[in-house]
Design a protein around this ligand. Structure first.
Ligand SMILES: Nc1ncnc2c1ncn2[C@@H]1O[C@H](COP(=O)(O)OP(=O)(O)OP(=O)(O)O)[C@@H](O)[C@H]1O
Ligand SMILES: O=P(O)(O)OC[C@H]1O[C@H](OP(=O)(O)OP(=O)(O)O)[C@H](O)[C@@H]1O
Ligand SMILES: O=C(O)c1cccnc1
Length: 500
């Protein structure tokens, strides 16, 4: 099949409603109005205590040189839904916005801006969908990977998920995110090529089935490879698989590097103990046992409690699809917009539930750490013109919803998380090497108190609004209430309803 329109750009990787709004802005001549949008999520994924920010590199690749290709314009024209003057404007349009974000690998939390877009309403609207698409998925997978890293300690984690991933892009960028979150290597060779992630793997049951015999298969494999891991569960792990692996390892001696065996079915605790005994008794105490089969952080924890003799974990489906929570609910909200007279006016979205009321105004996130040991005290979300480094007598941090909960922090460092990535459309950020990002993530996770790091029921990390940001929010809520009273019609409503 030949495509009618060449798929030669990512610019239309957006929801139709963005283009519909852009056309309105354009035709009403407000498309150059400035606005600030912020991307954040309201709930941490997997009930984890933190998330690992990933997706910046892909977002940068997407944003730089973002233009409407000829086929993009032809396609839009052929839909019959867009005005010719608008299409004409798109042909010369270039992204001119400012983007701020944390470094990839940064530990991030709910209810704080993690990407800030400042520019025209036109530009900011177009990129919403792709930014959410990228950051939601990659952050989700990096966080899932970090949970797995948490339970395995220093043991090796291999990413095996490509066959189960939600198509090609998810496999590739999910693998990269998993690497950032703590995986050591991947079975995806293309991810290895693109990102220089170490590739690793064993062999499949097919090899044994083709030879119809464990020994023959292992022997052939050993004669054609130096580093070998034999998959021993095709017929019977303890009776035929492991004995065949040991026989080949002995016969081949120094001609091969017998790394170990993989088991992929059955009771992994029970079987791994049997395998360990056999390998030790045969004089291979250093041979490793790799396990796979629908593993995740919960099964791994259980296997460890059962004293399973597993050294290396091969993990696919449950990592790459974020099986127990397949989406991160990141959202993108306008927080400030230029009015008719050129002034920036902060804006709020009201909701019946406190968590869903947006935090108005352009903000910075400050990570507050103790001077004495570098441990995190919390994040301080402040309006752009505030600087918590300059506060005398300590910083008062209070819970943004339960405002009666507060603490005073003294002798601290405040580090701004949102850094300039693009300024007025120009890339000003040097993307760090992947190894650096990975090491940074490990370091930042390590800097968290254990109470926030544990997988099960972690403590809630404090993400606090500055007093100024909080008061500002309350004022805007009051303004909206006045507005609704002024323009709102009377409705016969249930008396028990509350309003913000
Ligand atoms: N000792 C164990 N404790 C807890 N979970 C385990 C244990 N052993 C295996 N599992 C997990 O239980 C799930 C099902 O394992 P099961 O024994 O049914 O595999 P299997 O169905 O025999 O394998 P396959 O169908 O691939 O041949 C998998 O997620 C596996 O990782
Ligand atoms: O279980 P996962 O975490 O997704 O890890 C990847 C799985 O992929 C392979 O299985 P394969 O596709 O050959 O099928 P299988 O599940 O029947 O073993 C491998 O043997 C693992 O079991
Ligand atoms: O190398 C392996 O063992 C492997 C690779 C992909 C999926 N399952 C296993």
């Amino acid at each position: 099949m030949t495509l009618e329109y060449q798929d030669d750009s990512l610019t239309l990787h957006t929801d139709a409603y963005q283009l519909s709004m852009m056309q309105t802005y354009f035709m009403k001549n407000i498309h150059e109005r400035k606005a600030v949008y912020e991307l954040f999520f309201r709930k941490l994924p997997f009930k984890n205590g933190y998330a690992v920010f990933a997706g910046l590199e892909r977002a940068v690749n997407y944003l730089k040189d973002l233009t409407f290709s000829k086929t993009d314009i032809s396609y839009l024209r052929d839909t019959g839904q867009f005005d010719e003057a608008f299409l004409d404007y798109l042909t010369t349009w270039r992204f001119k916005g400012t983007i701020r974000a944390p470094r990839e690998g940064e530990v991030i939390f709910n209810n704080e801006p993690i990407v800030q877009v400042e520019g025209t309403v036109f530009d900011a609207q177009l990129i919403e969908t792709a930014l959410l698409n990228i950051v939601n998925y990659q952050t989700l997978i990096a966080t899932k990977a970090a949970r797995m890293r948490y339970v395995v300690g220093n043991q090796t984690l291999l990413e095996f998920g490509t066959r189960r991933a939600q198509e090609l892009d998810a496999a590739i960028w999910g693998t990269r995110a998993a690497y950032i979150g703590g995986f050591d290597a991947t079975s995806n060779v293309r991810a290895g090529k693109i990102f220089n992630i170490p590739i690793s793997g064993t062999h499949a049951h097919a090899l044994v089935q083709i030879y119809r015999n464990d020994y023959e298969a292992f022997k052939a494999y050993a004669q054609t490879h130096h580093n070998v891991v034999f998959l021993v569960d095709t017929y019977d792990t303890l009776r035929s698989g492991v004995p065949a692996a040991i026989r080949v390892a002995k016969e081949m001696g120094d001609q091969i590097n017998f790394i170990g065996v993989r088991i992929d079915s059955g009771d992994l605790a029970y079987i791994s103990k049997g395998v360990r005994k056999m390998l030790d008794a045969a004089g291979f105490p250093d041979a490793k046992i790799v396990a796979s089969n629908d593993l995740d952080e919960t099964t791994i924890t259980s296997l460890k409690m059962q004293d399973a003799k597993i050294d290396t974990w091969g993990i696919g489906t449950k990592l790459i699809t974020a099986y127990d929570q397949p989406a991160l609910g990141g959202v993108y909200k306008v927080v400030s917009v230029e009015n008719e007279t050129g002034e920036m006016v902060d804006t709020i979205k009201i909701s019946g539930s406190a968590e869903k009321i947006s935090n108005p105004g352009k903000k910075q996130v400050w990570r507050i750490t103790r001077n004495k040991d570098g441990k995190s005290e919390g994040d301080y979300v402040a309006l752009w013109d505030e600087d918590p480094r300059a506060v005398k007598g300590g910083l008062v941090m209070f819970h943004p919803v339960n405002t009666y909960v507060s603490k005073r922090v003294t002798d601290y460092k405040a580090r701004p998380l949102l850094q300039d990535i693009f300024l007025d459309g120009k890339l000003v950020y040097d993307l760090p090497a992947l190894e650096e990002i990975k090491a940074y993530a490990a370091e930042q996770i390590d800097a968290l108190w254990l109470e926030y790091r544990r997988n099960l029921n972690p403590q809630e990390y404090p993400v606090d609004l500055s007093s100024k940001a909080w008061n500002h929010k309350m004022n805007l809520i009051r303004n909206v209430r006045n507005y609704v009273n002024e323009v709102g019609i009377e409705i016969d409503e249930h008396q028990g309803d509350y309003h913000a």
